[in-house]
Design a protein around this ligand. Structure first.
Ligand SMILES: [Zn+2]
Length: 144
């Protein structure tokens, strides 16, 4: 755990309701600052500030964990695309954001612009309800 790292603190104090899913290296749960239905984050459990400082085991487990999360998000949101984003600007601890893009999103809001327009899609009740469905689906999904 790194001092003053909010993502490390989150590993000790999981979000309300607990993680959607965890394995040895990853904690998958809700996006905590954007209440758009289906926005999900895969947090590396150990502190590492970039992909280049991850271990081989962490890197090898990343693909299967992300694919499992994407499959659950696709199934529960009907998204045409699931975007994957790693910035690390506000919280410099590896966490990958999975962003479903539904058919209702117009072309001018797609791709990287969806971050700019995210507030137009905030729906706290649906965000919690879809999150619970993603949690249940991940719990029932076979290990990849
Ligand atoms: Zn950290």
């Amino acid at each position: 755990m790194a001092p003053d790292c909010k993502v490390c603190e989150l590993q000790l104090n999981p979000p309300e309701g607990g993680w959607y899913w965890q394995d040895e290296h990853w904690s998958i749960g809700p996006h905590l600052t954007t209440e758009v239905p289906g926005w999900t984050v895969a947090y590396l459990r150990r502190h590492a500030s970039s992909l280049s400082s991850m271990t081989r085991a962490e890197l090898e487990s990343m693909g299967p964990a992300l694919a499992k999360a994407a499959a659950a998000i696709e199934a529960e949101t009907g998204a045409e695309r699931v975007y994957l984003v790693l910035f690390g600007e506000n919280f410099p601890h590896v966490h990958l954001v999975l962003i479903p893009r539904g058919a209702q999103v117009p072309p001018e809001h797609r791709s990287s612009r969806l971050h700019v327009y995210a507030k137009e899609y905030v729906d706290p009740a649906a965000y919690r309800e879809v999150g619970e469905r993603i949690r249940r689906r991940l719990a029932a999904a076979p290990t990849r």
